[in-house]
Design a protein around this ligand. Structure first.
Ligand code: 0PR
Length: 353
């Protein structure tokens, strides 16, 4: 018996998840019972994972990526902090991580479980990491500097090459959290790559803009030693070591990530990026013409200052929207968000104001 009606995406405007591509759904179902945590036993899914990592590397401009498909951005970020701490063990007695305050809360979890100090530094007036403030916060015990390429609240891209220089001057690693932005950035005119910025590790999630099924995050390292620093021995498995945080993990997520990228990289993702970017700039203009204070969208995420009462009224009308700390309503132009849906949202805005 079916317990409940599956969630539809019609009114979901602030989520970073979306309806998976049909090929991703089909692949997830086929690989439901496989465990990439034991790659020597489940070889087919292990091959798909290698394909997925290679494509994520191509997407981010990393020629020879070392990584795996995580359970999501949280696991990838926790593991990036863990790798940096492990790699600098011996040089550093009291490790710290420096991140802009726009960094996702998964870094707070990482700091907590790894017993590393998290130094959050203010962002600039346009919600990007302030390089001077980051430079002032790093010291000899800094193991990792974090930059975000597509922030959760405002969709901002931090100055990655400058942050890499700050990190490396301090002897620390640079991690880029592109969990949401990674599948969009290759198509922007600020196209970025490991080639242009010597990034050491990167989070990029197929289950967000990659249109894969949950759970499918991505963690990549430039050097083999990054991944190796996470490995523990696994004496009784067919494979002898494991670098992932989870043990048994979802073959469905891995296979769906490989299938989605196989279908969509690069042209399908480019088309979707262009559609979403057009939609975001149209929607930002509509809100502005109604007198709202709108944060100019850099990536297809529109944040606008709304009153408590308007926000509550829209929630009452079943719009699934969330707000930032500062009171900005966020509309994330994910593949399921259409112009029709946003027109109907604007009609409700007009009706309840
Ligand atoms: N890094 C960034 C930049 C993120 O935006 C997120 C999630 C993460 C890391 C963590 O990723 P996982 O959630 O995969 O571990 N950002 C959204 C958020 O926390 C996630 C989200 C997705 C929230 C769908 C709601 C939702 O319906 O707001």
């Amino acid at each position: 018996m079916q317990r409940s009606v599956p969630q539809t995406f019609d009114r979901v405007l602030s989520s970073m998840c979306t309806d998976p591509h049909p090929a991703a759904r089909a692949a997830a179902e086929r690989f439901l019972a496989t465990n990439p945590g034991d790659p020597a036993t489940y070889r087919d899914v292990a091959e798909l994972e290698a394909d997925a990592v290679a494509t994520l590397g191509e997407m981010t401009g990393l020629a020879d990526p070392h990584g795996y498909v995580t359970s999501g951005g949280t696991e990838a970020n926790v593991q990036a902090v863990r790798a940096a701490r492990n790699r600098r063990r011996g040089d550093v007695s009291d490790p710290n991580v420096v991140a802009p305050e726009s960094a996702h809360f998964s870094f707070n979890k990482a700091a907590d479980v790894l017993d590393v100090e998290l130094r959050l530094v203010p962002t600039d007036d346009d919600h990007r990491a302030d390089v001077g403030a980051v430079r002032a916060a790093v010291d000899d015990d800094t193991v990792l500097v974090v930059g975000v390429a597509g922030t959760t609240e405002f969709g901002r891209v931090d100055p990655i090459p400058e942050l890499a220089a700050v990190a490396h001057d301090a002897g620390a690693f640079l991690h880029v959290d592109a969990a949401w932005g990674g599948f969009l950035l290759p198509f922007t005119d600020r196209a970025w790559s490991f080639a242009h910025a010597p990034v050491d590790s990167l989070t990029v999630d197929p289950h967000k803009c990659g249109q894969a099924c949950i759970p499918a995050g991505g963690l990549l390292f430039r050097d083999r030693s990054g991944l190796d620093s996470l490995a523990v021995e696994t004496p009784y498995l067919e494979s002898t070591s494991q670098a992932t945080l989870t043990g048994t993990r979802s073959g469905a997520g891995v296979a769906s990530a490989a299938a989605a990228m196989d279908e969509l990289w690069p042209d399908g993702y480019r088309r979707e990026y262009e559609r979403a970017a057009d939609l975001a700039s149209w929607f930002a203009g509509e809100l502005r013409s109604r007198g709202f204070d709108v944060v100019d969208p850099e990536l297809p995420l529109v944040a606008a200052d709304v009153s408590d009462s308007l926000f509550a009224a829209l929630r009452d009308r079943e719009w699934r929207v969330s707000r930032t700390d500062a009171g900005h309503l966020r509309v994330v132009c994910m593949p399921h968000v259409t112009r029709e849906a946003l027109s109907s949202f604007l009609a409700d805005v007009d009706a309840v104001r």
